[in-house]
Structure formats: C-alpha cells, structure tokens
Design a protein around this ligand. Structure first.
Ligand code: GDP
Length: 332
C-alpha cells in the first residue's frame, strides 16, 4: 500500500517555504507557522504539504517543557537559559501552549516583550501561543511549529505552559523533558501534587531561591520527600530538585547539565526514543479523535437528532447508551 499517495501536493510557493526553512531563514519559518495556525481549509492543506517536506529534517533537537504558575519566573528563567544556551553555541526556539488565550482573548504567555533580550538575539526565535481553538487545537499547532523550528536548525526547543488545566500534560506529551518551576513556599508543592503535575515532572526547579535561601532549602527537602512517594515516568530517573535564581542567573548552567544528564540516561536505557515513538503515536490518535468528533458534530442527521435525544436523556426518557448508539449509528 502506498500510504503517501494521498498526501497533499506542494506548489511552487509552498516549495519555496520548504526550501527557505531548510536554509534556516527566519521569514519562511514565521510564514510557515502562520500557515499552520490559520483556520482556513486551503491554508491547512498547504500547511500539511509544507510540513511533509520538512519532516525529514525535524526531530534533531532537545525538546524542553517548562511549566509553573503565573509569577513563578518562567519568562525570566527562559530568557536566562536561552541566552546561556546561545553563548554555548545553540539555537533556541521558544514556543508556548496557553489555552487561556482562546478563552479570554489575552495571552498569559508568549508575549515577546517578556523576553526582551532573548527576542532580539538572532539565534533565538520566540513565538507566542496559538490562540484559536481548544487545548487540543492549540497543542496540535504548537507541536507542528516545533517540527518547523527543528527543520530551521533550532537545536533546543523550549515549550512554555502555565499551570491551568490540562496544558501541562499536553506539553509533557510533546517534550523530551518536562520541568516544573516552583516557588520556595511551603504548600506550593502540595498544589502540584494534588493536580498530578509532580508525577509527570522529570525535573523540579525551585526558583527565586535568592529571596530566602533557607526557605528554598526547606521547600527542596519537602519536595524531595514528597517525590519519594510518587511513581515516576522512568525507572531509571528520579526527578532531581534544583534551587535556582533566574533573576540573578544562578543555577542555570547546573540546570542545563542536569538536562544533559537526563538525556544521556534516557538514551542509554532506550527510553528517549521510545518516549518519542509513543508521543508520535498518541499524536496520531489525538488527531483521529478530533477528526471523528468534528465529523460527528458536522453530520446533518446528528445535528437533526441531537437536541431531542439530549433532552430525552436529561428527562430520563432515554438511556445515555441508547441515545449514543443511535447518534453514532449515523456515522455508518
Ligand atoms: P512568569 O509569569 O512565570 O513568566 O514570571 P516572570 O518571569 O514574569 O517573573 C515574575 C516576577 O518574578 C518578575 O518581577 C521577576 O523579576 C521576578 N523573578 C523571576 N525570577 C526571580 C528570581 O529568581 N528571584 C527573584 N527575586 N525574583 C524573580
């Protein structure tokens, strides 16, 4: 079976985008991401055609997820880390998953002015969160933007998210290492445990350790003992807890050394590649789920029957399973 036979064809304009990105040019990179973020059906088709051309050149970066509540110091840290990495010869792209932007129309993350020095650096590329659609849609576009940045030669991709809802899980599901920034407050760690974020963190950073180093040391011990009770994503890696001051740029080199240690450990155990394989498969199923839902919601017979069946279920006149079976039956 030739599975590639149905893939979209590229015209000259799309091929020019592919060539420009592969030559590591920033304008074609930004244009391609704009195409990916567009809601227009023709743009979506073109975006897929361009992505298809870029895919062979993607995948060669370290994908780092960074999360934490607003005010914890994410943008301060990402700017310090980004500048440090550029000094070491890396090219750094910063993307964001911010589902709040589609609800409120305003973005908590990704505002260029937040990382002023980094955004002016030619070895950096910063892109705010796509704003349209559900978390699934936002995450999907960020994943694709990540592939484009990799094809454009960025070898470190930082994906930032804020502690709202499921966005951490989405970002952990598209990165090689997921880092949680915490404040040196007693209780902050409990929030993260309650929300299940601590379980998916590969590395925990207590930021603002400069304000009260003693409190940060206490918080570190608390988090370490809490981590001892949790099951982690890998049997070969217990998430380290680092203390850091993003503002004073202290601990940034140690952070990156820990990321590299993690990568070496995961590559040796085979988990680095298996995590990516698993992520690619989960991504495909996400798209299938989204596609089926869209097809279901758009089906004329579903649209016709849905209000009455929903009312019947609410009133107890039909069982949810009977109503679901009838509606799903329309899909054939
Ligand atoms: P974000 O909302 O998580 O992106 O947080 P920001 O990076 O915008 O930081 C929020 C505030 O905390 C800003 O006023 C920063 O200057 C400050 N801040 C960030 N990191 C540190 C740190 O390590 N030490 C201290 N004292 N302040 C910090």
């Amino acid at each position: 079976m030739n599975i590639c036979a149905d893939l979209p064809q590229r015209d000259a304009a799309d091929q020019a985008l592919v060539d420009g990105v592969l030559r590591h040019q920033l304008r074609p990179l930004a244009k391609t991401i704009t195409l990916i973020e567009s809601q227009r059906a023709d743009h979506k088709r073109r975006a897929q055609a361009v992505l298809e051309g870029l895919l062979p050149a993607s995948g060669r970066s370290m994908r780092v997820g960074i999360s934490g509540v607003p005010g914890v110091g994410k943008s301060t840290f990402i700017e310090a880390l980004g500048l440090y990495l550029i000094e070491q010869g890396h090219k750094v792209a910063v993307l964001a998953v911010d589902p709040s932007s589609s609800v409120t129309g305003g973005s908590i993350l990704g505002d260029k002015t937040r990382m002023e020095l980094l955004s002016q650096n030619p070895a950096a590329f910063i892109r705010p969160s796509p704003s349209a659609g559900s978390l699934g849609g936002v995450a999907e576009k960020t994943r694709e933007a990540m592939l484009v940045c990799e094809a454009a030669g960025f070898d470190v991709i930082i994906i930032e998210t804020v502690g709202v809802g499921q966005s951490e899980t989405a970002v952990a599901g598209m990165t090689d290492i997921f880092c949680l920034l915490q404040l040196p407050n007693a209780g902050d760690d409990l929030q993260a445990i309650k929300k299940g974020i601590m379980e998916i963190a590969d590395l925990i950073v207590i930021n603002k350790a400069d304000i009260n180093p003693q409190a940060a040391t206490v918080a570190r011990a608390q988090i370490k003992s809490a981590l001892g009770m949790l099951r982690h994503t890998s049997p070969h890696w217990t998430p380290p807890v680092l203390m850091l001051s993003a503002l004073q740029k202290q601990g940034v080199a140690e952070f990156w050394k820990t990321v590299n240690d993690y990568r070496t450990t995961m590559q040796a155990s085979g988990e680095f590649d298996s995590r990516r394989r698993h992520q690619a498969q989960a991504w495909m199923w996400d798209l299938i789920d989204q596609g089926l839902r869209a097809r279901f919601a758009g089906h004329p017979a579903v649209q016709n029957d849905l209000p009455a069946l929903q009312a019947a279920v609410e009133a107890g006149r039909a069982t949810p399973s009977a109503a679901a079976a009838r509606l799903l039956g329309h899909l054939g």
